[in-house]
Design a binder for this molecule. Sequence first.
Ligand SMILES: [Fe+2]
Length: 157
Amino acid sequence: MTDSMTKKWVASVLKQHRHLQSVVAELEEFLADPRPDTGQRGSHTWAVALSRRLLSLHDELFQHFRFEEETRVMEEILLDHPEAAGKLKDVLGAHPEMLRELRQIVSAVLAYSEGVNPEDPQIRRRISTLLEAFHSHEQEENHLFQRLEYRDTGASE
Ligand SMILES: [Fe+2]
């Protein structure tokens, strides 16, 4: 992989991370408010609004993970940085599990979208746990990819 290719790829990944961070922040803001009580304005649309946000996060993550997993780029990186193989496998290997958990959360949220079921407090916990895991995952990738880029461009670590 040429230096400029690595640089471009890392720059795109970092840009996507920044965008995803703002999507997650909006979701957290939405979740900071309690679900309106039954009969209150917004109570029966709350679960639908939440599932919409979660689904759109799922779509964005799906695209983002595919971008990061792109075989050609990975092969090139591994040619230049065989020492990073284990770490790369670990971070990329975490993607399917995060998507699976997100899909399970969406179906759990949809289960009370009728507005008749009380909100399950466990759902919020599951969402926060997932968002925290996602956040540290992205941090880990930032460090890893930036390190690879620095090595390629000869900058100091
Ligand atoms: Fe990522």
